[in-house]
Design a protein. Structure first.
Length: 202
């Protein structure tokens, strides 16, 4: 959101407070603004509307509104798994990629050791359910850690082969493309230009 949308945000926040019979100070509204201003206004507006529909008996904390936008930790992990599965299907082991959400890449490394190993996972194979559970736990753990700026990068099989032979590996060109799904949740991923993720594997 930007400052031009602040009056509308405060008006919606006050409407929610009135519905719950709560008085909001200017200081408290500023706190909500600082927490939520990183999201676009339509997304915040939907979260406030959802809070109104839920008939809470207390005014939601800023973190509860963020959870309405981003989902619970469990929902976030499930969506991360879906996006990892999409990337496995579209990118494959022979191309490198960069996840904007570095925790996805970190979870892949924790569970599979490498991107190429992850791409070997068979959707209907005996290990699929086990690896899914391991990924969900690894992703939640990765979200709690401070990751380096390049942590979202996963190298291809050919790049790993070049490195093992002392050569400089170079992957194919990658372009940022939007992924389908809820806004603000892992919403962009580096995939080969012109390609979109397939329907998520379970």
């Amino acid at each position: 959101m930007d400052l031009q949308q602040q009056p509308e945000f405060f008006a919606e926040l006050l409407a929610l407070a009135e519905a719950l019979d709560v008085e909001l100070s200017d200081r408290r509204m500023e706190i909500y603004w600082r927490v939520l201003e990183e999201y676009d206004w339509p997304t915040v507006q939907r979260a406030l509307a959802e809070a109104m529909r839920r008939k809470w008996y207390k005014f939601p904390q800023p973190g509860e509104l963020v959870e309405l936008i981003e989902g619970s930790p469990e929902e976030q992990a499930e969506m991360a798994w879906q996006q990892a599965q999409d990337a496995m299907a579209v990118v494959g082991a022979y191309r490198s990629l960069v996840f904007d959400d570095a925790a996805i890449a970190e979870a892949v490394r924790m569970v599979f050791r490498s991107w190429s190993e992850a791409c070997l996972l068979e959707r209907d194979g005996p290990d699929h359910a086990v690896k899914r559970r391991e990924f969900l736990a690894a992703y939640r753990a990765a979200r709690q850690r401070s990751l380096p700026a390049n942590a979202g990068y996963l190298g291809s099989l050919s790049e790993a082969s070049h490195v093992s032979r002392g050569l400089s590996g170079a992957s194919g060109e990658a372009g940022l493309v939007p992924l389908r799904g809820r806004p603000h949740i892992f919403d962009r991923l580096a995939l080969p230009s012109g390609e979109e993720p397939s329907d998520a594997q379970g």
